[in-house]
Design a protein around this ligand. Structure first.
Ligand code: NAD
Length: 402
């Protein structure tokens, strides 16, 4: 069998610990035997980031702007313990933060739905994708403790020095205040990313906030979404047979729980933070969540939503057997290969990616899985496989499909 050719490279961002081990196994077993893989390789492992003063992260993001599609392995975000463990020159910033800032994107997280791993909400049949606005609000707030009675105000001073003021509160005694901001341009690119992803995946887009209480702040989000939808997307959504609608966040929560899934739920920064963990847990497993960063210009970076699975890595280093779930990392690869195929008009590549996804799910549905899934599955008589054997089983299934 001849290998599938590629015309344009993918940007490949290698990473750390157990996911770095899985990365190589996935390439060796599931991709290179079938695809004449072309990638521009960047090693985002912590050793290399430290060696290059994190320049490699910036370079990989710039390459992604150029080639439009990247696949990323999970990476360590350094903390105090990592400073010693890796003898770091500096506590380098989160690579995901750096990449997101360069691509100006929105992160979409979606669970991989498979028979045998059942959501806690029985009527959820299709994935629910969370789109979280990743700028501002609580995450860039300014807070103050008010020690005693006094007046707190918000003040805006324009370029000519003219002030506008609003009273926050007349305090009788101690209290607290908080200032938040967002930027119209950031909300606009968030809205466009959500609408583009809706068109891309043929799913409805819901946006929810608390505009009834926050009549200026949240209402601005609502207005910007509506204006961009009406002016730029309405016709295309109608042609694609999908919908956009806004609803109050309380109403959205009720609708989400009663739905059967299959839509994109766009949320402000804090709401998205909380709801994406709720959705991941309710669908069954963090190891089954995918994540894709989409820029308003149509640049895509695919990854697993989980981290580097540090505990398994230390076992692996000691020569002990691991049973680490590679599904979300495989789906990062298939997401990227499928998108590369779409953008290049390379149907064979997209078809291959879809078959690899199918083979992964069929393997689990046949009762062969890693330990994390065996602990929560509703299937009977399952076989628990180690990291390597699970990938080899998927390869066997894939061969039956090709
Ligand atoms: P983690 O996602 O690696 O692990 C969290 C828990 O889920 C652990 O109990 C782990 O055993 C389990 N788990 C996660 N993925 C699994 C898989 N594929 N198979 C089986 N079990 C799995 O998160 P953590 O332990 O908080 O962080 C470890 C490292 O990962 C940290 O250095 C952190 O900075 C990094 N991290 C990176 C990313 C990213 O690159 N996107 C995201 C989160 C954390």
């Amino acid at each position: 069998m001849s290998k599938i050719a590629m015309t344009t490279p993918l940007v490949e961002m290698d990473g750390d610990e157990m996911t770095r081990v899985l990365w190589q196994m996935i390439k060796d077993e599931l991709i290179i035997p079938y695809v004449d893989l072309k990638t521009e390789y960047y090693d985002l492992g912590l050793v290399k980031r430290n060696e290059t003063n994190d320049q490699v992260t910036v370079d990989s993001a710039n390459a992604t702007l150029k080639y439009k599609v990247a696949v990323k392995c999970a990476t360590i975000t350094p903390n105090a313990a990592r400073m010693d463990e890796y003898n770091l020159k500096e506590m380098w910033k989160s690579p995901n933060g750096t990449i997101r800032a360069i691509l100006d994107g929105t992160v979409f997280r979606a669970p991989i739905v498979v028979k045998g791993i059942e959501p806690y909400v029985k009527n959820w049949k299709k994935p629910i994708t969370i789109a979280r606005h990743a700028y501002g609000d609580l995450y860039k707030n300014v807070e103050m403790k008010i020690p005693a009675a006094g007046k707190a105000e918000i003040v805006y001073t324009d370029k000519d020095g003219k002030e506008s003021r609003a009273l926050i509160h007349e305090f009788d005694g101690p209290g607290i205040i908080q200032g938040q901001h967002n930027i119209n341009a950031s909300i606009e690119s968030f809205a466009r990313s959500c609408f583009n992803f809706g068109l891309d995946t043929k799913q409805d887009v819901w946006f929810a906030s608390k505009d009834t209480i926050s009549k200026k702040y949240d209402h601005t989000f609502k207005d910007i979404f509506q204006e961009i939808y009406d002016n730029e997307y309405k016709t295309r959504f109608e042609q694609a047979g999908i919908e956009y609608f806004y609803t109050l966040i309380d109403d959205a929560v009720a609708r989400v729980v009663k739905s059967d899934g299959g839509f994109i739920w766009a949320l402000k920064n804090y709401d998205g933070d909380v709801m994406s963990d709720m959705i991941a847990t309710a669908f069954g497993s963090l190891a089954m969540m995918t994540s894709v960063l989409v820029s308003p210009e149509g640049v895509y970076e695919y990854e697993a939503a989980h981290g580097t699975v540090q505990r398994h890595y230390y076992k692996h280093l000691k020569g002990e057997e691991t049973s680490t779930n590679s599904i979300a990392t495989i789906f990062a690869w298939t997401g990227a290969l499928n998108k590369r195929g779409e953008l290049d008009g390379n149907n064979a590549l997209s078809e291959f990616a879809k078959k690899l996804e199918k083979a992964s799910l069929m393997t689990i549905e046949s009762g062969k899985m890693t330990k994390d899934l065996a602990l929560i599955t509703t299937l009977k008589d399952v076989t628990v496989l180690n990291s390597q054997d699970f990938i080899k089983e998927i390869r066997k299934t894939l061969d039956t499909l090709l």
